[in-house]
Design a protein around this ligand. Structure first.
Ligand SMILES: NC(=O)c1ccc[n+]([C@@H]2O[C@H](COP(=O)([O-])OP(=O)(O)OC[C@H]3O[C@@H](n4cnc5c(N)ncnc54)[C@H](O)[C@@H]3O)[C@@H](O)[C@H]2O)c1
Length: 266
């Protein structure tokens, strides 16, 4: 399928698991893709692996000036911008430890999480939308998370930022949809990136018990949703959040316990 022929795309957090898979997918569908990340070395390696059609760019989502430079340099080099995937998120082990509960989280951690995960997305939209309007519209996709849909025992900043991403998506669609900008979100459940495979072995088993598919999610599953939302196949979809989690929020919270209970009764 080459639904994105001639399109210019930016993928933020493009050096990470989901971002890299999406950069590969968008490029394979014909887009020229800018892989933007804090980790320039890794972004360059992924761009080199993809080959012609992909380039790397260094930016920091926490610094809005660099987000502006990312959009400006993309347009200066390729002449236009059609697709933006806002996808970078702060996932360092230190932040994961410190982003805890309402009582324990520091305001510093909260502010950093919001700056990267939410303000960074707003900045992407703020600078990309005028460029998209110049060419009659475009597609923005924001990576949210299941953590933005339900509560959890830790990561209050992360979950709140992702709920904000879902709201941001609806506001952008409402404010610019009639001028041709479609803005949708994808909300992944646990996706087995290389990092996720290493960091949460016990959690993976717990989550597996609640997924309604025989396997867990892979970065390519999210990439496929993004490519669809970026394409004209999704031309009448705006302001939506597509949940990509194997159905893990689609059932009664007690379904797994009930299945075990019924099994135990024979
Ligand atoms: N993997 C999952 O299970 C999962 C589930 C739900 C949502 N998500 C979301 O998917 C997106 C991608 O996650 P992933 O699993 O690929 O994570 P990842 O850690 O592999 O990738 C994140 C990327 O963002 C980059 N980044 C971090 N801070 C940055 C900054 N300040 N400026 C620019 N780039 C920065 C990192 O260098 C990294 O390449 C994130 O928004 C995440 O919240 C992931």
């Amino acid at each position: 399928m080459r639904r994105l022929e001639g399109k210019i795309a930016i993928v933020t957090g493009g050096a990470g698991g989901i971002g890299a898979a999406t950069a590969r997918r968008l490029t394979s569908e014909g887009a020229t893709t800018v892989i933007a990340d804090l980790d320039l070395e890794r972004a360059r390696a992924i761009a080199a692996e993809i080959g012609s059609g992909a380039t790397a760019f260094h930016y920091d989502a926490e610094s809005v000036d660099t987000v502006e430079a990312l959009v400006a340099s993309t347009v200066a080099r390729f002449g236009r911008l059609d697709i933006l995937l806002n996808n970078a998120a702060i996932t360092t082990p230190q932040i994961q430890r410190e982003d805890s509960t309402a009582v324990d989280i520091t305001f510093e951690t909260w502010d950093r999480v919001m700056a990267v995960n939410l303000r960074g997305y707003l900045a992407g939209c703020k600078y990309a939308i005028p460029e998209m309007l110049k060419v009659g519209g475009g597609a923005i996709i924001n990576t949210a998370s299941g953590s933005g849909l339900v509560g959890d025992l830790s990561r209050i900043g992360y979950g709140t930022s992702k709920a904000g991403v879902i709201a941001l998506t609806r506001f952008i669609a409402t404010q610019y949809g009639r001028q041709g900008v479609r803005c949708n979100a994808v909300a992944p459940g646990l996706i087995l990136t290389e990092a996720a495979k290493e960091s949460v072995p016990e959690l993976i088993e717990m989550i597996q018990n609640h997924v309604l598919t025989p396997r867990l999610g892979k970065p390519e599953d999210v990439a496929a949703v993004v490519a669809f939302l970026a394409s004209e196949d999704a031309g009448f979809i705006n302001g939506e959040t597509v949940v990509c989690n194997g159905g893990s929020l689609a059932h009664q919270p007690h379904s797994h316990d009930l299945a075990q209970y019924l099994e135990g009764r024979g």
